[in-house]
Design a protein. Structure first.
Length: 406
């Protein structure tokens, strides 16, 4: 469950009809509230849902009936009868296998793509090269086509596809604002794919910053109870090591006003430098092959973290990408070379972890992002296209996807 916990289940002030559901604000908005409550484990039976959400019996009967008919929930075992006797309540559960999202990661000269369900099971995996790795819009379109075709062939109806891209991204519009790694700025990504795939069954594409996708993946697994953490993604882009952050606050990703939250530059970097570090370029290019230089890079990175760790006081710190297999190195540096630094002081109570998804951290994170946004509580009025808070995804897409094969 996202930022507002049970408050996220409160009714929204403006709604539209949801595919397969007639009626106005009540029924259409309450569909999402019921699904969110079941997914978060706040309620399991019709009576618990009605009490939690403040819905009358007829409304609840209608919504549960339609969700059962669509196959996105199921009736599980019976619960215990009340002290007054009567029929045992029937427990309800989300069918995780019916909530399927695609994930795409652009890497090198190709892509990795998966289909992930709500339980975190990878149902399909493909990878291939792209015609032009310097054209992310065309690369995403190629990967999207291959993934949706493969999913359809396996009868895996996708409600959305998430994509992880390096750079500053506006996830609402799917626009790449700037990417130093790709040396691009102001590039439409999602709209290119949407224009090429306009069929009724085409799932929406949601483009997101790669480090944010890594953080979304951590949120979706729920193996850690903490909803406040920092995820650091370190990747070699060209000659240099680049680092970006995903910041999770109260169970959702924080973007900032201009989607620049997570941009990193060392405290020793300057405007005239083309890298994120103060280490001379001739040394920095050897970071991948020279353990001494890599250690110096990590030390500078950690020293620059002190204000971030002190300000956010996260419950954990996740080290992804190149750092994924170097968690021990980070801990050792904090205990030795940096033991007297302010970073070591503020990091004493913060555990450092490798990503839960391992090598799949970005591609699984991209799919997780789509699922998490589906279940996210609405925070702004629904726009004229039926999208919440500008995100190109809604319950309409899930019900349209499962309705095809239901």
């Amino acid at each position: 469950m996202g930022a507002n916990g049970k408050a996220a289940l409160l009714p929204h002030r403006k709604t539209r009809g949801v595919n397969g559901f007639s009626g106005g604000a009540g029924k259409s908005e309450n569909v999402g509230r019921v699904m969110r409550a079941l997914n978060a484990g706040y309620a399991e039976t019709r009576s618990e849902l009605a009490g939690l959400l403040g819905l009358d019996k007829s409304t609840m009967t209608y919504i549960i009936g339609r969700l059962l008919e669509m196959g996105v929930i199921e009736e599980a075992e019976q619960g215990e009868a009340s002290r007054r006797g009567g029929r045992k309540p029937v427990r309800l559960a989300i069918r995780n296998d019916r909530i399927l999202a695609g994930g795409i990661e652009l890497v090198g000269t190709g892509y990795n793509a998966i289909v992930l369900d709500n339980a975190g099971t990878v149902r399909l995996r493909i990878s291939d090269d792209v015609p032009d790795a310097r054209d992310p819009a065309a690369s995403l379109s190629t990967a999207y086509t291959a993934l949706t075709d493969a999913a359809a062939a396996e009868d895996l109806p996708l409600f959305a596809v998430g994509a992880a891209v390096s750079g500053i991204v506006d996830p609402r519009s799917g626009r790449l604002i700037r990417s130093d790694a790709l040396e691009l700025s102001d590039v439409e990504l999602a709209n290119v794919t949407r224009a090429e795939h306009t069929g009724a069954g085409a799932p929406p594409l949601i483009v997101e910053n790669d480090a944010n996708c890594g953080a979304w993946g951590e949120l979706h697994t729920r193996e850690h109870t903490g909803a406040d953490f920092v995820y650091a993604l370190a990747r070699y882009t060209g000659e240099y090591l680049g680092i970006g952050f995903g910041v999770a606050i109260d169970g959702t990703i924080y973007y900032g006003r201009r989607f620049r939250t997570g941009e990193f530059a060392s405290a020793w970097s300057t405007r005239s430098r083309v890298t994120q570090f103060g280490i001379p370029r001739e040394q920095l290019v050897r970071a991948e092959s020279d353990p001494t230089v890599f250690r110096a890079v990590v030390a500078e990175f950690l020293r620059s973290l002190a204000p971030v760790l002190a300000l956010l006081d996260p419950e954990r710190f996740v080290l992804g990408g190149v750092f994924r297999d170097r968690v021990a190195t980070v801990s050792e540096l904090l205990a030795t070379d940096l033991r007297d630094s302010y970073t070591a002081l503020v990091a004493e109570q913060i555990p450092f972890h490798a990503p839960i998804w391992g090598a799949d951290e970005l591609v699984a994170g991209a799919a997780s992002m789509a699922i998490e946004k589906l279940f996210a509580a609405p925070r702004a009025a629904i726009d004229e296209n039926g999208n919440r808070n500008g995100d190109p995804i809604s319950w309409e897409h899930l019900f349209a996807a499962v309705g095809v094969s239901a």
